[in-house]
Write a protein that binds this ligand. Structure first.
Ligand SMILES: *[C@@H]1O[C@H](CO)[C@@H](O)[C@H](O)[C@H]1NC(C)=O
Ligand SMILES: *[C@@H]1O[C@H](CO)[C@@H](O)[C@H](O)[C@H]1NC(C)=O
Ligand SMILES: *[C@@H]1O[C@H](CO)[C@@H](O)[C@H](O)[C@H]1NC(C)=O
Ligand SMILES: *[C@@H]1O[C@H](CO)[C@@H](O)[C@H](O)[C@H]1NC(C)=O
Ligand SMILES: *[C@@H]1O[C@H](CO)[C@@H](O)[C@H](O)[C@H]1NC(C)=O
Ligand SMILES: *[C@@H]1O[C@H](CO)[C@@H](O)[C@H](O)[C@H]1NC(C)=O
Ligand SMILES: *[C@@H]1O[C@H](CO)[C@@H](O)[C@H](O)[C@H]1NC(C)=O
Ligand SMILES: *[C@@H]1O[C@H](CO)[C@@H](O)[C@H](O)[C@H]1NC(C)=O
Length: 376
């Protein structure tokens, strides 16, 4: 968590995100919105029209943070700009014309008065909202939300791996984000994803992983945190949605995630006194992106005597790992076999069990391998 350099971070964001606003608009890092303060003067109705003509809307105040941001932007301007707020003359209540919540306790001193039905913003102390006659000429004050998300659709029916990253990575992400990344992998595969590095304001800026094209609670797979980071996440179908939501302050460098499509290949398990194991499709060529696990377990006190008599794979890229345990990890890996000159190969397990994993990549498929085993 980064606490100290907030102001430094904001200024970095201000620089990098300035280009996210159209020219002439000002990016405000604390609200993550773009603002435009007109030099020309307009009536209230004209100012509403003007803002919409340049792709924005009249400013209405959404949060106290935004109120403070507006003060900082307007505390030295002589003319108070219009806000997108006015009086409903039927019930005498003020409201925001964009239907957002109207904060009735943000008025400046002695307001709301009867001196008008429209609202301007006073940046000088005592700052706040001020009633103004709608026909007066004041600057327009517009805002629009910049496109800060880098989300979208990733992968595709022929993509087996790829990366996604937070906006602004590896420099800094922004506040107030809600970005979705939909990952699609080939049919009949599922997706695994690993976040590394993962540098966010933990518990406040959240990365959630969902099954399918969804951000519904029922499809939630997990939330990325420093506790479960190393394990990664796995979808059950060939679509996964990653959602990145950030709060209103403190950001960090962000995250990079690598995803991989995996075929749903059930483990092949054998027991008894002897057996034969082969690569997928053997004696035909194996497929691309195979990842097949094999297990052999025999009676306690016996050992597995494995003999590979045929072996043909793409050297280095398509390989068979042999493990002296039922788990497949670096610490149980006995050897990695690959290429054309492996057979004949013999292995006797130290205990009554062993496992293997065959992995192929996207290019060059061969006929693979054939093995038999017996107990000894
Ligand atoms: C206006 O706001 C800025 C930013 O908060 C501040 O640095 C400055 O002192 C303020 N000026 C006045 C006259 O209040
Ligand atoms: C003004 O208030 C009246 C009475 O509450 C309501 O019916 C009407 O919809 C309001 N008009 C607007 C523009 O909000
Ligand atoms: C993948 O599955 C979808 C839906 O079942 C189908 O429409 C599409 O043609 C399939 N694509 C490929 C490349 O097999
Ligand atoms: C994902 O869901 C959204 C909203 O339901 C839909 O508009 C979009 O077409 C879907 N995308 C895919 C690839 O299914
Ligand atoms: C191999 O196993 C089968 C049963 O799966 C058994 O009938 C056969 O006798 C075994 N062969 C040897 C040489 O142990
Ligand atoms: C293991 O199997 C091979 C091939 O059948 C055989 O030559 C070898 O003697 C066996 N080793 C043991 C210790 O049983
Ligand atoms: C396992 O070993 C491979 C190759 O040496 C290495 O790239 C990988 O990072 C290791 N994995 C772990 C979890 O240590
Ligand atoms: C299993 O293999 C690992 C890695 O090669 C090795 O360190 C370990 O001693 C082996 N265990 C046994 C029981 O042979």
């Amino acid at each position: 968590m980064i606490l100290l350099p907030i102001f430094l971070l904001f200024s970095i964001i201000g620089l990098s995100a300035a280009s996210e606003c159209p020219s002439g608009w000002i990016f405000n890092p604390s609200t993550t919105e773009c603002y435009y303060f007109s030099t020309k003067l307009y009536t209230f109705d004209e100012s509403v029209q003007f803002c919409s003509s340049i792709g924005g809307k009249s400013v209405s105040i959404d949060t106290y943070a935004e109120r403070d941001a507006l003060v900082a932007m307007t505390n030295t301007t002589m003319l108070q700009p219009w806000l997108g707020s006015r009086r409903n003359t039927t019930n005498n209540q003020f409201y925001n014309i964009d239907h957002s919540y109207f904060y009735s306790f943000m008025w400046t001193k002695n307001e709301p008065s009867v001196n008008g039905d429209c609202v301007t913003f006073k940046g000088a102390t005592p700052f706040g909202l001020q009633v103004t006659q709608c026909y007066q000429f004041q600057p327009a004050f517009c805002k629009q939300t910049p496109a800060l998300c880098n989300g979208g659709v990733f992968g595709g029916s022929d993509k087996w791996t790829g990366t996604i990253q937070s906006p602004g990575y590896p420099v800094q992400y922004y506040n107030n984000l809600n970005c979705n990344y939909l990952i699609i992998s080939p049919n009949n595969t599922f997706i695994t994803i690993l976040f590394s590095p993962f540098l966010v304001e933990e518990w406040y800026d959240l990365v959630d992983v969902f099954d399918g094209n969804s951000t519904n609670y029922v499809d939630h797979i997990g939330q990325v945190s420093s506790y479960n980071l190393a394990r990664g996440f796995e979808s059950s179908t060939n679509m996964m949605t990653v959602r990145f939501k950030t709060n209103y302050d403190i950001t960090d460098k962000g995250w990079l995630a690598t995803w991989k499509a995996k075929k749903d290949m059930p483990v092949i398990s054998q027991s008894g006194s002897n057996g034969t194991m082969v690569s997928p499709n053997y004696p035909l060529t194996y497929d691309s992106y195979d990842e097949q696990v094999y297990q052999i377990s025999v009676a306690w006190g016996m050992q597995v005597n494995l003999t590979i008599d045929v072996f043909r794979t793409e050297n280095k890229y398509d390989y068979l790992n042999i493990y002296n345990s039922t788990t497949q990890s670096n610490s149980t890996l006995v050897t990695t076999l690959s290429g054309q000159s492996v057979a004949p190969f013999n292995y006797i397990s130290p205990r009554s069990y062993m496992s293997m994993k065959f992995v192929s990549d996207g290019s060059l498929q061969y006929t693979g391998w054939h093995a038999f085993w017996s107990i000894c």
